[in-house]
Ligand binder design. Sequence first.
Ligand SMILES: Nc1ncnc2c1ncn2[C@@H]1O[C@H](COP(=O)(O)OP(=O)(O)OP(=O)(O)O)[C@@H](O)[C@H]1O
Length: 276
Amino acid sequence: MNPPLSTDPIVKFSNVALGYGDFTVLQGIDIEVRQGQVVAMMGGSGSGKTTLLRAATGQITAKAGTITVFGKDIAQVRGEGLRELRQRMGVLFQQGALFTDLNVFENVAFPLREHTQVSESQITACVLDKLDAVGLRTAAHLRISEISGGMARRVALARAIVLEPELILYDEPFAGLDPISMGITAQLIRGLTDRLHCASILITHDVAESFLIADQVYMVGQGKLIASGTPEELSASQDPYVHQFLKGEPDGPIAFHYPATPAFSEWLNQQTGGRS
Ligand SMILES: Nc1ncnc2c1ncn2[C@@H]1O[C@H](COP(=O)(O)OP(=O)(O)OP(=O)(O)O)[C@@H](O)[C@H]1O
């Protein structure tokens, strides 16, 4: 029998503001991610999804509010403490860069060799198990140049889970995949979350796939959290932003133009010598 899932949030944003320099991207953000959950962070281009992911991994600090990860205030954790927290996370970047001079097996084995002292036979068993979980056990011997883009994504996923993280962060996991690979990836994310009893956060534009597997959805836009709830709750929302995003409509509150910032005005002034 599986141990009961912890009820404490793995990631918690409390009234958080995020940005770069003087530019505030998002404010008033409240998010909770719990063990066993798949949580989708959605929003238009430039709305701040990647910024949320950077904040959750401690790459940037909040301008206001508090972010706790595994119960620790991430702003107070530095150096070795931050490395320890990050070891409990698996991050799957969009370009899940694999080492092209290593075969599939060695790519997945890499974090084990880097971060643990386990024996060669344990490495073999663990890597084959993770490759099996992504359907690529029998591709272990292949070179990276011999596998397709979709397979490479799955190898990167096997590598991201090889240390059995408690939190997995996926940056646009469906981008550039054909419909079948998208469906496979979505079911993999759900299946791995359930099997590893971890939490998964996905940053995505893809409504159909993420709504099939997410427990909670957070939608950001216009510098704030526009909506949050289950996929069913969001689907029933009358909010015009949520409606436009879910239906992919060109007209609505989601602006096509990137908003003007003080930095742009300053640049334009310099560029035109104040003639604009
Ligand atoms: N390192 C940075 N320095 C300054 N501004 C940044 C930086 N990274 C992102 N931004 C700005 O922050 C805003 C949010 O960017 P972010 O990458 O989080 O959006 P996103 O929702 O992930 O977008 P997309 O879906 O297009 O990848 C954008 O206006 C972007 O220009």
